[in-house]
Design a protein around this ligand. Structure first.
Ligand SMILES: [Fe+2]
Length: 402
């Protein structure tokens, strides 16, 4: 694979008011051509301050509405805005039946408009179901709470909300007779998302099995979301995925992104086992690659890990809600994240800027493990190529219960 080394940004700056030293780091990828971090001796960039204004093209007078080139919430690092900006959040829920959200969820919702994204993508687990003891009233109350705390403020900010259904939203787990074990939760999730008042603002291409499996397009990007609320992508769904990705809408898009709750490969402690990753991870990766899907975005593992394997970028989007998990092959403490993806459509670059939601500093990709061996394959950190690995790293294998 040819390398297109682009820039990394590595430095430290002070958050206004907080006095908190943080490390900034951005990773850029051209399609699947990956970046290499600069050394720590690289000159540090100055903090980016959102003070620029645009001037009205008609009268030459200053616009009454200040408009920033690289928007970000006040005091936070401001990534360079490209053709399309997506904010990725995931795993918002607290304990079973909860109608409240952790402070990081509330903070993220407050901050998101400041980045001026074109789209939000949510990796699932928006509510805290999947317990047989929950009544329909409790499940309805959770979706109401999700709406009040998350969806409604983002609708009011006019930001489209793309999402995938998680196991705690409406699990597709089947019983011994092939019936849905959480049929009631699936119906209530369907009711919530089909209510016109809860319109997520997406330009649908195919509402096939909305909200479980559907496609939409925005800004020349084709998005496919599948029902990965369990480890099984059914043969019917695979056939629909193939048909969707072969469609003129998908083929003519400048970029294709897929999103599902369970990842193709394992990244976190306690989730590196059957049932916690898609059971046909390798086959599904090949399927996505065949149709030139650029990135697969997932949740469920409660740990942030930007990776790649083969031709496919893998964004394990981390968590905002309860229960962050340690990464495999790492001694890092747990942390919660939100990621801003900036996309250059001309060349197919994606740039991730990931914020630690406790400190609001940036996550330094170099602190993450260079590779993660899992039960169904090894994935590499986004900036690492196979040729970068040491013999020792190449010999690393997955150890169950590690
Ligand atoms: Fe989950």
């Amino acid at each position: 694979m040819p390398l297109n080394r682009r820039h990394f940004l590595l430095g430290s700056f002070l958050l206004g008011g907080g006095g908190l030293a943080v490390v900034a780091h951005q990773a850029v990828s051209r399609n699947n051509s990956l970046t290499q971090p600069l050394t720590s001796a690289t000159p540090l960039p100055p903090p980016v301050v959102n003070t620029s204004t645009n001037v009205s093209g008609n009268s030459g007078a200053a616009s009454p509405e200040p408009k920033v080139n690289n928007p970000a919430p006040p005091g936070l690092f401001a990534p360079v805005k490209k053709d399309v900006r997506i904010v990725v959040i995931s795993d918002l829920n607290s304990s079973y039946g909860s109608t409240t959200y952790d402070p990081e969820v509330i903070k993220a919702v407050e901050l998101i408009p400041g980045w001026q994204p074109d789209l939000i993508l949510c990796g699932g687990d928006m509510v805290a179901g999947q317990s047989p003891s929950l009544t329909p009233e409790q499940v309805r109350a959770m979706w109401q709470a999700f709406d009040a705390n998350v969806a409604a403020p983002l609708r009011q900010a006019n930001i489209p909300f793309g999402f995938t259904i998680g196991n705690h939203d409406a699990s597709g787990a089947l019983g011994v007779r092939g019936q849905f074990l959480f049929q009631g939760e699936r119906e209530l999730a369907t009711t919530y998302w089909n209510d016109p008042q809860h319109n997520p603002g997406l330009k649908f291409v195919d509402k096939y099995q909305f909200p479980f499996a559907y496609t939409f397009e925005q800004n020349d990007i084709f998005y496919l979301t599948w029902d990965a609320s369990t480890a099984k992508i059914t043969p019917e769904q695979k056939a629909w995925v193939e048909k969707s990705l072969a469609s003129p809408a998908a083929r003519s898009a400048k970029l294709r992104i897929a999103i599902g709750h369970l990842p193709l490969y394992a990244v976190s402690v306690g989730r590196a086992e059957l049932g916690e990753i898609l059971s046909d991870g390798e086959e599904l990766r090949v399927l996505l690659e065949r149709y030139k899907v650029h990135t697969y975005i997932s949740g469920h593992h409660h740990a942030y890990y930007p990776a790649h394997k083969g031709q496919l970028q893998l964004l394990h989007s981390g968590i905002l809600g309860s229960g962050p998990r340690p990464l495999l092959n790492s001694n890092l403490p747990t942390f919660k994240t939100l990621t801003v993806i900036d996309i250059d459509l001309g060349v197919g670059d994606t740039t991730y800027t990931t914020y630690d939601m406790k400190t609001m500093g940036l996550v330094d990709i170099k602190t993450l493990p260079r590779l993660i061996p899992g039960p169904n394959g090894t994935i590499l950190r986004r900036d690492i190529e196979e040729s970068d690995l040491t013999p020792e790293e190449k010999s690393l294998t997955f150890v169950p219960n590690s």
